[in-house]
Design a binder for this molecule. Structure first.
Ligand code: T5A
Ligand code: NA
Length: 218
């Protein structure tokens, strides 16, 4: 029925990148722009969500208080943490609120594969999750993040390890170079403001191109 009004669902935007690459900074700046300049509904979330049951274990693990977990168990916990949040994510998007999410399934694969776990195996536990409309990969070198404040506080914040994670992200970059859902943002030698401007331009271009109506069954 043409008379029926469909709710335009919210955009699901994800930020990916190495530790300290500027994801939180950009998530917040983009959300602020949506809210204040565009008067659009927006919400921020991040993974891992350290407040859920699974998230508490992950927090202890990342802060080196939990030592016994093996790599596969950790991988599945990160994935579980995303599954826990699916109903809430769907609800937010259905209500027409735009959702800006700091890390998602790409992180799950990148960090676990960097430990040596099989790449395809790593993808399995996230299959079927709601897919983001846009994933922004903020591309910054391990050398750069190492110079940033507080690098080294958590488990994975070591130069060698971040270099391995960077290689996995590079393979995503290759695999998705022609996808309109993945956008690599060159993050070297740019101010926070310059990075935000590029991201906002990409979002506008995406929305002018395709903004699908609510459809979670695909
Ligand atoms: N993990 C996560 C997994 O192993 N598997 C998974 O499935 C998931 C979801 C915690 C860890 O968990 C791992 C990955 C992580 O190791 P996290 O809490 O997201 O994940 O940890 P971080 O990525 O380290 O979060 P950070 O807040 O530390 O990094 P951000 O958000 O990328 O960086 P941000 O914005 O806080 O900026 C860092 C610093 O750089 C400055 C900022 O002001 C800040 O000081 N900065 C810039 N400086 C110069 N130029 C710019 N353009 C800058 N932009 C920001
Ligand atoms: Na960190």
């Amino acid at each position: 029925d043409q008379e029926m009004k469909q709710v335009q669902r919210g955009l699901f935007i994800v930020f990916e990148g190495l530790d300290r690459s500027g994801k939180s900074t950009q998530s917040q700046r983009v959300a602020k722009y949506f809210q204040e300049e565009l008067q659009r509904k927006v919400q921020n979330i991040s993974f891992p969500n350290r407040d859920t049951k699974g998230g508490k274990i992950l927090n202890d693990y990342l802060q080196n208080r939990e030592q016994k977990l093996n790599d596969r168990a950790v991988h599945v916990l990160f994935s579980f943490n995303r599954w826990e949040m699916q109903p809430e994510i769907i609800e937010i998007l259905k209500n027409g609120t735009n959702l800006i999410c700091d890390r998602y399934a790409f992180s799950g694969v990148a960090y676990s594969a960097a430990k040596g776990l099989d790449f395809e195996w790593c993808k399995n536990s996230d299959r079927g999750l709601i897919q983001p409309d846009l994933t922004f990969f903020i591309d910054v070198k391990p050398e750069t993040i190492q110079q940033r404040g507080n690098f080294g506080d958590e488990r994975y914040e070591r130069f060698e390890f971040q270099s391995k994670v960077s290689k996995v992200y590079d393979s995503f970059k290759q695999d998705y170079r022609d996808s309109k859902h993945w956008i690599t943002i060159e993050g070297e030698n740019k101010t926070r403001e310059q990075v935000t401007e590029e991201i906002l331009n990409k979002i506008t271009a995406y929305e002018n191109d395709v903004m699908p109506l609510l459809d979670f069954d695909k």
